[in-house]
Design a protein around this ligand. Structure first.
Ligand code: PEP
Ligand code: MN
Length: 339
């Protein structure tokens, strides 16, 4: 971190600020220029409040040189992180596909879709039991009985299950029953929830907020990791832009950018990005080509009658066709598709 002092600041004010910063455990180097002095702060500046320093009337500007995240930072952890969920592995050269309906609707539905997506090559089963809906009048998910249906589908197929946790009050339930806990886009900055899942032993799939910057997204992962849970997978799911044609805009740049900033695996959700089933395949292929470590795709056996997100769900047949292309492309990128 660098602090630029106002031109003409008295030496005693510079020394006073330097002492203040030293008392926070930092080393402070003072460089005197012709007009102004610059303080160079060395040490762990992650907990230093930049805005607080800016309130000093003798300070012209404060700049961060190193990122405010440490545990998620590739600088301190150059190797890729791989997250293992049952037999599936995501990251460090291993590519896994998560597939299933937006919401669990019935035993028949979830078991049928689970069998189909497994046969097509998906490694994990998704299905929402607690749904974050924009309208309170829309289907809110089956709740705990939905979790039990996911467990039945798991028992039948052997696939680990992925589902969204919305409230800290369900942490223990999810710790007991769920293999990969999803934090949805709308909760990416629910810091209490992030801290609570940071105390769990289950891996976390952290979706990018609707308008979150890369740094805000990685800082959300840092919240989870700072509580001890280092098994975090980042999920790009499209962001809000000025374009209204698609539900969201898939930010393909996020894949190489975030993988440069962080060692955590990055998966892509082409379903919520596009919001239209016919766009899922091209976006999924783009994500693989750009270096994603996995995909999460909505699949429904009767999209026209789905209780949620039927318009963006693939039929099992379309998902099977997609998996064939994904498999060939994953091979080309030198990664291994885990089934
Ligand atoms: C979902 O995966 O069903 C979901 C609600 O996703 P997001 O949080 O990305 O909108
Ligand atoms: Mn959905």
């Amino acid at each position: 971190m660098v602090v630029i002092m106002r031109p003409g600041t008295a030496q005693q004010e510079i020394d006073r600020l330097a002492r203040q910063l030293q008392s926070q455990g930092l080393q402070v180097g003072i460089t005197k220029g012709v007009d102004c002095s610059i303080l160079g702060l060395v040490g762990d500046t992650t907990s230093v409040d930049l805005n607080k320093i800016s309130t000093n009337e003798h300070v012209e500007r404060v700049m961060r040189i190193s990122e405010p995240y440490k545990r998620a930072n590739r600088k301190f952890h150059p190797e890729d992180t791989a997250v293992t969920v049952g037999n599936a592995v995501i990251g460090a050269g291993k590519f896994s596909v998560i597939a299933g309906p937006c919401s669990v609707e019935s035993e028949e539905q979830i078991t049928a879709v689970a069998k189909d997506v497994k046969a097509a090559g998906a490694a994990l089963l998704r299905g929402g039991a607690f749904k974050p809906r924009t309208s309170p009048y829309s289907f809110q998910g089956m709740g705990t009985p939905g979790l039990d249906l996911l467990l039945e589908a798991k028992a039948e197929t052997g696939m680990p299950i992925v589902t969204e946790l919305m409230s800290p009050k369900h942490c223990q339930l999810f710790e007991d029953k769920v293999d990969l806990i999803q934090i949805g886009a709308r909760n990416m900055q629910n810091f209490d929830l992030l801290k609570e899942v940071g105390k769990l032993s289950k891996p976390i799939l952290l979706k990018r907020g609707l308008s979150a910057s890369y740094e805000e997204w990685i800082m959300a992962a840092e919240y989870i990791m700072s509580e001890g849970n280092e098994n975090v997978i980042l999920c790009e799911r499209g962001i809000r832009t000025f374009e209204t044609y698609t539900r969201n805009t898939l930010d393909v740049s996020a894949i190489p950018a975030v993988k440069k900033m962080s060692h955590l695996p990055v998966v892509v959700d082409p379903s919520h990005s596009a919001g239209m089933y016919w766009m899922v395949e091209p976006l999924a292929l783009a994500a693989v080509a750009a270096g994603a470590d996995g995909l999460i795709v909505e699949v429904h056996n009767d999209p026209a009658n789905a209780k949620c997100d039927g318009q963006q769900s693939l039929t099992p047949e379309k998902f099977d066709a997609l998996m064939r292309k994904i498999s060939a492309l994953v091979d080309l990128t030198g990664k291994e598709l885990v089934k």
